[in-house]
Design a protein around this ligand. Structure first.
Ligand SMILES: [Zn+2]
Length: 280
């Protein structure tokens, strides 16, 4: 039995798998229960667990949690902790790394990029069958590329990150800035007669196109998979990207490119399940 954990910014989800079939699920809130303690309660009541795999919404490297914006972390050297205390092998990678592994498997592609737009703006890249990671495992942090000045700060400390325009968090910050009190959904913003609501959506669309164009130009994927809550709830964005990407990406890079919406409902979790068989 393998325990697979999706440690997201809002929810902790876990499933016990026997091969590729899940037999049990667990849920908790990320800001309420410390991660290692939560995992311990699961393995203590399920002694047949042989491995732990974690998809983590933050920065991780070599089995250590380096940065955790929203998740309560009680143990940073988490691989070492479970190895010493329980003699269990533990695999942990960033959530977008896990998601792109699952997407690449689902699409049978060795050159695939996955751009997810939800609370934040995230990217995972598989290049010639290998995950693109960089020296600190943060090479595809697309949300923090400089784009335009905003009147507020990003979580990273700067004021010009593209995530401030193309993410759920960014939209909320702009709404606060403009004193817009409607619900932070595309439908509510579209129905709002205040011109500022239209500006927020127009800016979102431009920043999204800019992000997709840069991913395609830099990584030259066969497939660009779009995922995350905002893209799933607003499928018109897929059409918008397909129709306008020629203005944002290098022409030769879009020749044989497919742009699709993700159809995996739990890509980070499914990708985490793959970690134990990889050496990345
Ligand atoms: Zn930033």
């Amino acid at each position: 039995m393998n325990l697979v954990v999706d440690a997201g910014g809002t929810n902790l989800r876990a499933k016990i798998f026997i091969q590729e079939e899940s037999i049990k699920s667990f849920n908790a809130k990320s800001d309420e229960v410390p991660l290692a303690k939560w995992i311990e309660t699961i393995i203590q009541s399920n002694p047949n667990i042989k491995t732990i795999s974690i998809s983590y919404a933050g920065q991780v490297r070599n089995g250590k949690i380096l940065y955790s914006p929203n998740i309560k972390v009680d143990v940073h050297d988490i691989r070492q902790y479970f190895s010493t205390k329980y003699n269990l092998p533990l695999f942990i990678e960033n959530d977008l790394t896990c998601a792109v592994l699952a997407e690449a498997k689902a699409h049978k592609s060795d050159n695939l990029s996955a751009l997810y737009v939800g609370t934040g703006l995230g990217l995972g890249v598989v290049d010639n069958g290998k995950i693109v990671k960089g020296a600190q495992s943060i090479s595809t942090e697309i949300g923090h590329i400089p784009y335009k000045d905003a009147p507020f700060k990003c979580g990273c400390g700067r004021e010009n990150c593209i995530e401030l325009f193309a993410s759920g968090n960014g939209i909320k910050k702009w709404m606060k800035e403009y004193n817009l009190t409607c619900k932070a959904t595309f439908t509510s913003l579209k129905e709002n007669r205040n011109i500022k609501a239209k500006i927020i959506l127009d800016e979102f669309e431009k920043a999204l196109l800019y992000s997709c164009g840069n991913v395609i130009t830099l990584f030259n994927p066969d497939i660009l998979v779009l995922g995350g809550g905002i893209l799933h709830k607003n499928p018109y964005l897929l059409q918008l990207i397909k129709e306008n990407i020629d203005k944002y990406a290098l022409n030769t890079s879009i020749k044989n490119l497919k742009i699709v919406l993700s159809n995996l409902s739990e890509a980070p979790l499914l990708g985490a399940l793959l970690l134990k068989d990889l050496h990345i």
